[in-house]
Design a protein around this ligand. Structure first.
Ligand code: FAD
Length: 517
């Protein structure tokens, strides 16, 4: 680390902050601090990329982007913004891979910290042995964590469907996929974190050390600290995966089977599901590279005019002993009530399965269909409300699923640690229902407005029918709504914010707390 140039930098930022209040609030910060000698660097020109995210609907320009060369760069920046006190309007947003949907990783007029600059495999350490784990920077992509740990025959236990997301980004939410029913979300599989609080302190925390900070940060929407390092649990990595899809026309049988599978001791390793409404080519789901064993049969299926439900499961196996897996799969399938002619199976490597959505990303990018608006809505719906929800939404509010997949699968609350900041429904079983819409220009100018209107109707229905759902990857525009989201945990959340980020410097993009000026 070179001699601290930060005070000068902060002086420049302060001046800019004061100037911006006098004139244009988005006035670019003076170029003077671009030449500051830190391990990394600041840029003040061409910061428009930091105002972009996957949602592609909110674009807030920062004043500067920090490309940190060390954890100390980030700590010094936060510390000095903190020292400027409440009279400065500067805020700081950690930016992972910017796969947020509504500007959550942006900092209007503030500083965006590009966490990926801290990443890269050379900073990852895999500890094999009895309780294996990997230590990795907060800006590391999960795909790189997977590739590194696989070199040791190991892998993390809990995933997201898509791996080009950073550790800090998913741990700030929860990190859920088809393994979570058994392993819990990713936030249940972390041993230790290194965090920079809103005061600029670098603190190591775990379930035995600085315990409150540890749990606050997990699922904490970036409000309490920037995750610079995480110690993540590993297990022996499977080599191959049997990947299975079956279809249902009856929602009750579909969900009963899903619930049976997630509560059984001997079951699949991954369980998800999705809803297909009035759509052809149903196996060409954009989110996966699933290639059914019998494509001829698959092509005969479409859901024209109907709603179908697809149960998706996997079983890991060792290619040297496929018989054990085959027997287990057969036994499990024999207990399910899917339409018998709709059993599709495929075998892929573990890496190929986990990285399945990336294949679609590459394809969509090549067609200019990736960097378009994504009006997504993710809900956690309690089991007691899922039938009323399905009755109203599938086929009535939503009359087709052509603009993107609709995921629907159950999770077990007992696998979530209620000390973390993640907010989930208060029932043992609840469903993730994810409306993953795209709004390409080709669908007409009003496709975004149409998707947003449908979401409004879904949310209104939940309210009217008193379905106690919670938003996952929550987005609200007023503090009242945030209060409602946190419910009885709001005061605790506010109290922790006061303790760890009293000036509300961090993660302004969620619009939960306003920096006082
Ligand atoms: P960013 O968008 O960069 O940041 C998200 C938030 O976290 C921001 O508030 C940011 O300030 C904060 N943050 C970022 N890094 C840090 C850090 N190091 N320390 C503290 N705060 C930080 N989620 C699931 O759970 N399961 C899925 O299967 C899943 N699939 C997805 C598929 C796609 C194609 C996309 C676009 C998203 C998916 N998500 C899924 C949602 C995803 O987990 C969140 O959007 C996540 O925040 C994205 O991570 P990111 O690294 O891009 O974070």
């Amino acid at each position: 680390m070179k001699a601290s140039p930060i005070p000068q930098l902060l002086m420049a930022l302060l001046l800019a902050s004061i100037n911006s209040r006098k004139s244009d609030p988005d006035a670019p910060i003076t170029a003077s601090f671009r030449s500051m000698a830190i391990d990394g660097q600041f840029t003040t020109h061409d910061v428009s990329n930091a105002a972009m995210d996957f949602g592609n609907r909110y674009h807030f320009l920062p004043s500067a982007v920090l490309h940190p060369g060390s954890v100390a760069d980030i700590a010094a920046t936060v510390r000095h913004v903190f020292q400027l006190g409440p009279s400065s309007r500067l805020t700081i947003a950690a930016r992972g891979h910017a796969h947020s949907l509504q500007g959550q990783a942006q900092a209007p007029g503030g500083i965006v910290v590009r966490m990926e600059s801290l990443g890269r495999a050379k900073n990852m350490h895999v500890h094999a042995g009895e309780s294996p784990y990997v230590e990795a920077p907060g800006g590391e992509l999960w795909i790189d964590v997977l590739k590194e740990t696989l070199r040791h025959g190991l892998a993390p236990t809990s995933w997201t469907d898509y791996l080009h997301l950073t550790i800090g980004g998913t741990l700030s939410n929860a990190g859920i996929s088809g393994q979570a029913f058994r392993q819990g979300p990713q936030i249940s599989n972390v041993h230790q974190l290194e965090v920079i609080t809103g005061k600029g302190e670098v603190i190591n925390c775990s379930s035995t050390k600085n315990v409150e900070l540890f749990h606050s940060v997990l699922g904490g929407l970036g409000q309490f600290g920037i995750i610079t390092r995480a110690r993540i649990a590993l297990e022996p990595a499977p080599k191959m995966v049997r990947w299975i899809r079956v279809l249902y026309s009856d929602f009750t049988s579909f969900t009963e089977d899903q619930e049976k599978l997630i509560s059984a001791e001997k079951t699949f390793d991954y369980i998800e599901g999705f809803v297909i409404i009035n759509r052809t080519g149903i196996l060409n789901n954009w989110r996966s590279s699933f290639n059914p064993q019998d494509p001829v049969q698959a092509s005969h299926f479409n859901s024209e005019g109907k709603t179908l439900f697809c149960l998706e499961m996997t079983k890991n196996f060792d290619p040297e002993y496929p018989e054990i897996m085959m027997q287990e799969v057969e036994e499990l399938l024999s207990q399910l009530r899917y339409i018998p002619s709709t059993l599709f199976q495929s075998e892929v490597s573990f890496l190929e399965f986990l990285d399945r959505v990336h294949v679609s990303e590459v394809m969509l990018r090549s067609k200019g269909l990736w960097e378009i608006p994504h009006p997504w809505l993710n809900l956690l719906v309690p089991r007691t409300g899922i039938h009323a929800f399905a009755n109203e939404v599938f086929g009535k509010i939503l009359t087709d699923s052509s603009n993107g997949p609709i995921l629907l699968y159950p999770l077990n609350k007992s696998k979530w640690d209620n000390r973390t900041s993640a907010i989930i429904p208060n029932e043992e079983v609840f469903y993730l229902v994810a409306f993953l819409s795209s709004a390409p220009c080709s669908s007409g100018q009003d496709s975004l407005a149409k998707a947003l209107k449908q979401q409004e109707r879904i949310l209104e229905f939940c309210k009217k029918a008193n379905i106690q759902m919670k938003q996952y990857l929550p987005h609200y525009t007023t503090q009242e709504e945030w209060k409602f989201h946190f419910g009885p945990r709001w005061e605790e959340f506010k109290h922790k914010k006061q303790a760890y980020d009293p000036l509300a410097i961090l993660a302004p993009g969620h619009r939960i707390f306003q920096k006082a000026v």
